[in-house]
Design a protein around this ligand. Structure first.
Ligand SMILES: C[S@@+](CC[C@H](N)C(=O)[O-])C[C@H]1O[C@@H](n2cnc3c(N)ncnc32)[C@H](O)[C@@H]1O
Length: 362
């Protein structure tokens, strides 16, 4: 179903674009960067929070203490994008999107609107050319440090990044809670699990689970404690804790190049094999956007370009590509399923006859 909706929307978008002459298409693309700027500005002004019922532009401008005419120009832009609506009487009205942009919306998607317009992100996008050499890193070129070390030395920005990740994590927690059978699972380790939102969501649906996040020390330090979720501060490339029957890697694989993904999965495979001595059959669940051999207009395509700008070698991959790296790391893909988000959940297990010693260090 999700696939059909994506394909239908992609087709409509192609028709929409094909109906415009080339100069219009170039101008539309050249000015597309205004969208995150306007969206973030409206969020910073708390416009979505204030538009819970129809309100006159002049009254809204009065509450926000801004110029009504200038505000209306942003609202007109927002109207065309459906983030809110301007009616013929000059009132601003909420749409379904407005609700999702509010601070108190449980989905937390406002954080993505804020994160995508942050200066470190826009600087990296502006330096995209630097991503093109084989070992290029646009984020590093633009911000003088690679992404995760930069976030470590800028804790406020790091917390905003964690918050944006938490929106997807909450959704994936809900989807995984329903899509997989957790009844025989006991101990879960979420590798690179951010602020623990995914595990908290999963445990809310399956309270018998004992849940632990493995995260970088700075992320653990800036994350408030969550009742019932343990946190281990560490580097997943150094060691993965043992004693778990399920290892999750959600939107983690796409941060790294193939060589690093193999190194990471080798460590996961080693931990899974060591855990198998004391627990039920161990499984490794990798959740990623799904790239396609031919480009399809969907979020995975934008996510891939974002990975090109923010990481030294991260990318979205096809299911076969992830499975091949997993195989090289000693994990075989038992099955995979498409989640309602359009992302793919792959269930891997330590390959029979795989080495039982620790992984090699590259
Ligand atoms: C793209 S985020 C995904 C977060 C979370 N899994 C989610 O889906 O929202 C990648 C996460 O990996 C963590 N990470 C990066 N390098 C790591 C490392 N060497 N060891 C452990 N975690 C790491 C980051 O701090 C970040 O939270």
């Amino acid at each position: 179903m999700t696939r059909l909706v994506v394909l239908g929307r992609s087709l409509l978008a192609r028709l929409h674009r094909a109906s415009a002459p080339p100069p219009s298409r170039i101008m539309e693309a050249a000015l597309a960067g205004l969208s995150p700027a306007v969206l973030a500005t409206l969020c910073h002004l708390d416009v979505p929070d204030r538009v819970t019922a129809p309100v006159r532009v002049a009254d809204l401008a009065g509450v926000l203490d801004v110029d009504p005419d200038r505000l209306e120009r942003l609202l007109r832009f927002a109207h065309v994008h459906g983030w809110l609506r301007l009616d013929r009487e000059g009132q601003v009205r909420p749409t379904r999107v407005t609700a999702f942009l509010r601070r108190d919306h449980p989905g937390g998607w406002r954080a993505w609107a804020v994160f995508a317009a942050q200066p470190e992100v826009t600087r990296a996008l502006g330096a995209l050319t630097a991503a093109l050499p084989e070992d290029g890193d646009a984020f590093h070129a633009a911000n003088r440090q690679p992404f995760f070390p930069w976030m470590a030395s800028h804790p406020d920005a790091g917390a905003r990044f964690d918050e944006a990740m938490a929106a997807g994590a909450r959704l994936h927690g809900l989807l995984l809670a329903r899509a997989l059978d957790w009844s025989d699972r006991r101990r879960i380790c979420d590798v690179g699990g951010g602020d623990g939102t995914l595990l908290a969501t999963l445990v809310a649906h399956h309270p018998h689970l004992d849940a632990t996040v493995l995260e970088l020390p700075e992320v653990v330090a800036r994350t408030p404690d969550r009742p019932g979720i343990a946190a281990i501060a560490g580097d997943a490339f150094d060691a993965i804790p043992t004693g778990f029957d399920t290892y999750l890697l959600v939107n983690v694989v796409h941060d790294w190049d193939d060589r690093d993904v193999q190194r990471l999965l080798e460590r996961v495979a080693a931990a899974a094999r060591a855990s198998a001595a004391t627990t039920a059959a161990v499984r490794v669940v990798v959740v990623e956007s799904r790239a396609h051999p031919r480009p399809v207009e969907e979020i995975a395509l934008s996510a891939d370009t974002l990975m090109l700008a923010l990481t030294p070698g991260g990318r979205e991959r096809t299911v076969d590509e992830v499975a091949a790296i997993g195989r090289a790391a000693g994990l075989s893909c038992r099955r995979w399923l498409t989640l309602a988000s359009g992302d793919v959940a792959m269930v891997l297990e330590p390959a029979a006859g795989a080495r039982s010693d620790g992984p090699r260090r590259n």
